[in-house]
Design a protein. Structure first.
Lengths: 230, 212
């Protein structure tokens, strides 16, 4: 009963992600009017920003699971936190790639240090890539679970601090701040397309998360059984 | 024993160990001075003040890293950490004692590094001294926690820089900003904020890093 419910939940999530992302893509390309200054290329906004927000959501989820682990000392939270970081890093890399493409089309360079989001995601990418190094280097066990949890918690503290640091560094190194032509108030059609894409990305991340978690649990269970056999 | 008493005993142990063996601090001193000399040749002769202070901060960061890699060597080789964790004291006292030790080493390195910088490059203002003092707190607090993590891993010397550098990027921003701009107040306040946030986090989470 429990497994069938889980499987259904995952199918629903995956189907929702597929439909919403297809609908979002169609809306972004055929329905939303061109942006006044940036024109056609502004449409990458409907992919780049939802991907970035999904990455934040994954990192936040990982920290929440990490907090639960330290609080309750239940081992299952370790895998959940790890999987969430894994998803966050994947979406973080996608953010860097889409942001880089947008930077290239808007400003003519693949990398722009004046773009806060891009720089922040680079820092976060380096930080969370080290999370994997930490996990691979320490023997599996409760201590590794604790350490990974503490590290994941540091991540959510680092996000606002780094953002502040990047804003301060702009005055220091490069006074020109690059901003995209995204109006502070989105029009109705823009907002709707954006929300469809955002919910689609979130359900895609959720579906990948559930899938990956099932695989990782199976792997851990298999390892336990193998050790019991020896 | 009180919490403070435990901390002082542990810090005293680290300092005594260093006084007798002299492993770490002389290496840090030599390293920071040689880095400054290397930077002199790496920079163009008309380098700006920002470039020079930036390189000083890089030198300080790597010197701190050098000290941190050594911070838990005795604990690991002699298996002291297991004993300390079993001892009837608050586990965060272990962290605080180690932070005080690391900070003492860092200050010792900077007492040489800053005059050397003044001699080789340009005079040192009060802003730079204040920024270095604030940065020491953050570097030692975060670095000690990460060093304890890395000490449990297989490739410790490799792992620590990877964990440490992304976390201390904000310190570099605050430090360079405080020492190279006309308005150091904002950057010093930012360093203070960083110290407060990460010192509290490290203090609260150290127990989980050393226990199961």
């Amino acid at each position: 009963m429990n497994t069938s419910l889980r499987n259904n939940q995952n199918v629903v999530l995956a189907a929702a992600a597929g439909c919403l992302l297809l609908a979002g893509t169609a809306l972004a390309f055929y329905w939303v009017p061109n942006a006044p200054i940036e024109g056609f290329r502004q449409r990458i906004f409907y992919f780049h920003v939802p991907i970035a927000l999904t990455a934040y959501a994954c990192f936040g989820w990982a920290a929440w699971k990490a907090l639960r682990l330290l609080w309750t000392r239940e081992r299952r939270y370790d895998l959940e936190s790890y999987t969430a970081v894994h998803m966050g890093v994947i979406f973080g890399i996608l953010t860097l790639v889409t942001g880089s493409i947008w930077a290239r089309t808007s400003w003519g360079h693949w990398w722009v240090w004046g773009s806060r989001q891009l720089v922040l995601f680079l820092v976060l990418f380096l930080f969370y890539a080290a999370y994997f190094m930490l996990r691979y280097s320490v023997e599996p066990g409760p201590r590794r679970a604790n350490m990974s949890a503490v590290y994941a918690l540091f991540g959510v503290a680092l996000i606002p601090i780094s953002f502040l640091a990047i804003r301060l560094a702009e005055d220091l190194v490069h006074p020109v701040v690059f901003t995209h032509d995204v109006q502070s108030k989105l029009t109705g059609s823009q907002l709707l397309t954006f929300l469809v894409c955002l919910v689609g990305m979130l359900s895609l991340a959720g579906s990948l998360y559930v899938n990956e978690l099932t695989g990782k649990r199976l792997d851990a269970r298999l390892r336990e059984l193998r050790e019991a056999l020896q | 024993m009180t919490f403070l008493g435990d901390v002082l005993v542990l810090a005293r142990k680290d300092l005594l160990l260093e006084l007798r063996s002299r492993d770490t601090v002389p290496a840090m001193l030599l390293f920071v001075v040689s880095t400054l000399v290397v930077f002199h040749f790496a920079l163009p002769s008309d380098a700006s003040a920002t470039a020079e202070t930036g390189l000083l901060w890089v030198a300080l960061l790597f010197t701190a890293l050098l000290g941190l890699v050594r911070a838990f060597v005795a604990e690991r080789e002699e298996r002291i950490l297991d004993g300390l964790v079993l001892a009837p004291c608050d586990r965060s006292a272990i962290w605080l004692g180690k932070v005080i030790g690391v900070m003492a080493f860092l200050v010792a390195a900077e007492v040489v590094a800053l005059p050397a910088y003044a001699l080789f490059f340009r005079p040192v203002g009060w802003e730079l001294v204040a920024a270095v003092a604030l940065a020491d707190v953050g570097l030692a607090a975060v670095g000690t926690l990460l060093a304890a993590m890395a000490a449990a891993g297989r490739a410790r010397e490799l792992l620590l820089p990877l964990l440490f550098l992304p976390l201390v990027i904000p310190i570099v921003v605050g430090g360079v900003g405080a020492s190279a701009t006309d308005d150091p107040g904002r950057y010093l306040a930012f360093l203070g904020l960083y110290d407060a946030v990460f010192a509290i986090l490290s203090w609260a989470s150290f127990e989980y890093v050393v226990t199961e």
